[in-house]
Design a binder for this molecule. Structure first.
Ligand code: BEZ
Length: 216
């Protein structure tokens, strides 16, 4: 994926949105943000995705995380589209801003391009309070995203950040499940960091690298 990627600072672009116009860094300031792109307004998959985001908005709010959509049409089109989005997904409210990008000038700068189609993708960046990208998804326009996975991945990032990346989350992890201890942490340090203790998986290699801790 050429362009900005994990660890890069999102450019501080001036954006026009359905709420107000702002600089991206002002929006990102002091919180985590989920920034997600859509190929265009009044398209079927995008209508379902934006509706799902509206339905999950309270989950992001509870975590102190902001949402920021982007679709490759103008503000009036976005505003005309919102009633369809909310009608299709009962219980959904589009309470988050949607960036306008009618000329597709912003998506390349945010690396939200499908390189096969050479056009807009369903990209999603989770941006930290430092305005750097912590995680990216890149889906083609034919595949709608899974909002449970967005939330799950976000919870993993928040958990790792809370523990200063001394832990990681294993396959299919969900909040309140045990985490694994980073290979960079010695057993001695792990004993200090995890007062409830940790378990080392007994594996054929006997290398002791898979250590599981309960941090709930
Ligand atoms: C959609 O949102 O349904 C869509 C958009 C662009 C291409 C294909 C599908």
């Amino acid at each position: 994926m050429p362009g900005i990627t994990l660890g890069d600072t999102v450019p501080n672009l001036d954006v026009e949105t359905t709420y107000k116009n702002f600089k991206l860094h002002d929006y990102f300031a002091d919180s985590w943000t989920v920034l997600f792109s859509h190929p265009g307004d009044f398209t079927p998959v995008c209508t379902t995705e934006l509706g799902a985001m509206g339905k999950y908005a309270h989950e992001f709010e509870q975590r102190g995380v902001k949402l920021l959509g982007l679709s490759c049409d103008d503000i009036q089109s976005h505003k005309d589209w919102i009633p369809d989005i909310e009608a299709f997904t009962p219980g959904s409210k589009v309470t988050y801003p949607i960036i306008a990008d009618p000329n597709k000038e912003i998506i390349p700068q945010l690396n939200m391009i499908d390189p096969i189609e050479n056009g807009p993708s369903r990209a999603l960046h989770i941006v930290g309070p430092d305005c750097k990208i912590k995680l990216s998804f890149l889906y083609p326009s034919t595949t709608g995203r899974n909002m449970d996975e967005v939330l799950r991945a976000l919870d993993s990032l928040l958990m790792a950040a809370k523990h200063k990346n001394k832990i990681a989350t294993p396959v299919n992890w969900k909040p309140y499940e045990p985490v694994v201890i980073s290979p960079a942490v010695s057993d001695e340090e792990a004993n200090k960091l995890f007062p409830k203790g940790f378990k080392t998986a007994q594996l054929p290699s006997k290398k002791g690298y898979l250590r599981v801790a309960d941090v709930s």
